[in-house]
Design a protein around this ligand. Sequence first.
Ligand SMILES: [Zn+2]
Length: 410
Amino acid sequence: MTITADARDLQDDLIRLRHDLHRQPEIGLELPRTQERVLQALDGLPFEITLGKETTSVTAVLRGGTGSAANGKGKQPPAVLLRADMDGLPVQEKTGVDYTSRTDGAMHACGHDLHTSMLAGAATLLAEQRHQLAGDVVLMFQPGEEGFDGASYMLGEGVLDAAGTRVQAAYGMHVFSSLEPHGTFCTKPGVMLSASDGLEVTILGAGGHGSAPHAAKDPVTVAAEMVTALQVMVTRQFNMFDPVVLSVGVLHAGTKRNVIPESARIEATVRTFSESSRLKMMEAVPRLLKGIAAAHGVEVHVDYQQEYPLTITDEDETHTAEKVISTLFGESRLSRWATPLSGSEDFSRVLAEVPGTFVGLSAVAPGGDPATSPFNHSPYATFDDGVLADGAALYAQLAISRLAALSTAS
Ligand SMILES: [Zn+2]
C-alpha cells in the first residue's frame, strides 16, 4: 500500500495546518477561524461542502468514482463517515512550544487540532483516489465536543445522510499525550469510554452568626457530609466490577469565617460504564442528598444532568480497523485495550446511530514516557506532530477498505 507514503508527502502541510490551528484555538460551537482554515485546506478538492446552520461545523462529501457506475441501476453507492472534532479548551497553555496558543485562556489541550489536520490530510488522500473509491465519504468536522454536544447539532442537521443515503459505518480518532508509546493505535470493542453526567446541588439553610449555629441552619456541614456520603455510596451500592466515578469539582459556601452562609453549592461529574449503573446513579444520588438534607432540616435542590452516553464501538467495525492498522503499520503498533477509559465523547451519539469504531492514537513525544507525560487537558500536554501523516493515512484507508467491502457485499 502506498497510502502511508502518500500521507508522508503531506506531512509538512499537515504540520503547518496543525500549528495554525494550535496558535488560534477556539472554544465551543462557534469556531469561525477554525472553520475558515478547514475550508482553505479543502479548497480545490472535489468535495460537496455544507456548513452548519446552528454551529460552525463543516460537512464535506466526496463522491466515489466506481460506486454508482458499478451498480449501474441507479442504486445509491454505499457511504461511510469520518469524524474529527475541532474545538479547544479554556486552559492557559504552559507547554512552551514555539507554536503556542496566542489566545489567552484557550488551548488545544485535547489535541483536536491534530484530529482536524489529520482529517484534512485524509481529504487530500481520498480525493487523489476518488476514481477507485467504491462509494461516498462524508467528512464530519465537528465543533463543540468539549461539553457543548456539537455532535448532536450535526446529527440534527443530517450529517449521517449528507451523501443522500445513510452512512453504513463511522470512524473517529483521538490522540493522547500519554498512556501508550508514541504512534500506538488503540482499539476496544464494546464499551470504550464512559458515559458522562453532571450534578449540581444547592443546599439552602439559614444564615446566622458563627458563634450561634443553633440559631441558624448551617449548609456548610451538610455540604461536607454530602461530599463524603456520595463517595461512601459509590463504594457500598455499586458493583466494583462495574465501576462508577463521582468527583466533586466545585464546593462553594460563605464569605467570612464568622458568618454561617445561607446556602452552599456542590458540582460533580459522574462517569459510568454501563447503562444500568447510569440509571441507578440517577436515582441513588438525589435520594441520598435529599435524605441527608431532610435529616438536618435544610432544603436541597438536586439537578442531575445527562451529558454524553457510553461510547460503544461495534465489534466487527473494530476488527476492520484493527486489520487496517496492522496492514498499514504492523501489529506492533496496535494496542487492544482490556478496559475502557474513563473519558467521554459525543462521538458516542454517532456510534449510537450507526456501527463504527473509535481509535486512540498516542502522540506522546518519541521516546517520551507514556506513564508520566502530562495527559490531555493539562496545560503542559504536548502532542507530537510525527503522528499526523499516519493518522491521515488511517482515516483514508478505513474509508477505502470499508467502502470496498460494502460494495462487494451489496
Ligand atoms: Zn478530546
